[in-house]
Design a protein around this ligand. Structure first.
Ligand SMILES: NC(=O)N[C@@H](CC(=O)O)C(=O)O
Ligand SMILES: [Zn+2]
Ligand SMILES: [Zn+2]
Length: 427
């Protein structure tokens, strides 16, 4: 099968758009040129100047299967990913059972392949059942196909346990992906320890609850030599610590979510759990530090932390509702409209942080659009404006604070290995 994407525009390194026809044969891009003749038996998709980028990569997704299929399944999560323009997603191990055995890893990979809508890369748990007591069998998990290690959902409380994990991970060439949270500081807070918490008399989660772990882990990783990656970075202090570590040449990386880049605790309209996530929405100063960190390269990756929950669970009030919001189907349009079009980030920077950078950091052979490369491709409509409406989500999770936000930059076509996984208006 030969597929011709006609009259699209690709982004060059200097952030300019260049017209290209792209010819795909099987799973590969075989030709990219300003004009390609339509040949016999070619399927042609006219793109009318739309943006063509490498398939998006999300290193932080909760697919909820096994165990929480009411919230999401590998199937619905994969469909949501494809609709959001993602071709590769890494899924977190806080399922039930936790992804702490080779069997669970294999089951997830198998089901994702059956569905075939996204490439799913499971992370393995650092500790058994994410209880922080005993390390999992990293070697067996690696053989089963994990992409990295994380206890996402909880912080690894014991410094000793974390250091042991880093030692073993380093030996095996695996990265440590850390949910940074010191429980003795976070207590049972539900929002940022700031104005909003004070106003509503809620227990707050202070910035240091995150940054203490970031600082601790950077020191441990410096001694061990392992690649250390900070999940959903949210505070000025954490950004500062990562920047300092990088300036010494340490292999420390970080990801930030769209919601931490766009919202602050000052913008939470009331006691609405759709604004409750971990880490919580921080102050305007923190948000500014995240954008500065994104801009200067301290933060290389944008990841969604797609965390579907049912609306019943989310209706339990600010203190009782679970943490987390969905992100796969809104990430690119939100970032394009509210960070690129506002002049805070270049389009080329946004695309890098959602494609080439995560691939490079985790050693994945994806994230590039070029002749001879795999045809993981996303086509974006930069013009049409639409409102975010969770009723249209393919994800089971409708828990978003961005309902009604007007966005441009919607994915209209997604190809995984040369096969269409999403096409607007074709469902
Ligand atoms: N981010 C969240 O608020 N929630 C995540 C857990 C996590 O990412 O730590 C979840 O699994 O629901
Ligand atoms: Zn987390
Ligand atoms: Zn998470």
């Amino acid at each position: 099968m030969r597929l011709l994407l006609q009259n699209g525009q690709i982004l060059s390194k200097d952030n300019t758009l260049v017209k290209k026809d792209i010819l795909i044969e099987g799973s590969k891009v075989v030709q990219m040129a300003s004009e390609i003749q339509v040949g016999d038996g070619m399927q042609v998709i006219p793109l009318a100047g739309k943006l063509v980028i490498p398939g998006l990569i999300d290193m932080h997704v909760h697919l909820r299967e096994p165990g929480f299929e009411k919230k999401e399944t590998i199937e619905t999560g994969s469909l949501a990913a494809a609709r959001g323009g993602f071709t590769t997603i890494a899924c977190m191990p806080n399922t039930r059972p936790v992804i702490d055995t080779p069997k669970t890893v294999e089951n997830i990979i198998q089901e994702a392949e059956r569905v075939g809508k996204a490439r799913v890369l499971p992370l393995g748990a650092i500790t058994i059942r994410e209880l922080g007591q005993e390390l999992t069998d990293f070697e067996a998990l690696k053989q089963a196909g994990i992409v990295a290690l994380s206890d996402d959902g909880v912080g690894v409380q014991s410094s000793h346990m974390m250091k042991e994990a880093m030692r073993k991970a380093h030996e095996l060439g695996l990265s440590i992906v850390a949910h940074c949270e010191d429980d003795t500081l976070a207590k049972n807070g539900c929002v940022h320890d700031g104005e909003f918490a004070k106003k509503h008399g809620l227990q707050g989660i202070p910035n240091e609850a995150e940054a203490i772990h970031v600082g601790r882990d950077i020191l441990l990783a410096e001694d061990v030599g392992v690649h250390y990656h900070v999940c959903h970075i949210s505070t000025e202090q954490s950004v500062r610590l990562v920047r300092e570590a990088k300036s010494r040449g340490q292999k420390v990386t970080a990801e930030v979510t769209p919601h931490h880049l766009l919202l602050t605790d000052g913008e939470i309209p009331g006691l609405d759990p759709l604004y409750k996530m971990n880490p919580p929405l921080r102050s305007a100063e923190d948000r500014a530090a995240l954008i500065a960190g994104l801009k200067d390269g301290t933060i290389e990756i944008i990841a969604t932390d797609h965390a579907p929950h049912t609306l019943e669970e989310k209706a339990m009030g600010m203190e009782k509702a679970p943490f987390g919001i969905v992100g796969l189907e809104t990430a690119f349009p939100l970032m394009y409209t509210h960070l690129v079009r506002t002049g805070e980030l270049l389009l080329s920077e946004l695309v890098e942080k959602m494609t080439r950078k995560p691939a490079e950091i985790f050693g994945l052979p994806y994230g590039e659009l070029a002749e001879g490369k795999r045809a993981d491709i996303t086509v974006i409509d930069l013009e049409s404006e639409k409102e975010i409406d969770p009723a249209n989500f393919y994800s089971k999770g409708k828990n978003t604070p961005f309902t009604g936000w007007k966005c441009q930059g919607w994915p209209v076509l997604t190809l995984l290995n040369g096969t269409i996984t999403y096409q607007e208006n074709e469902r």
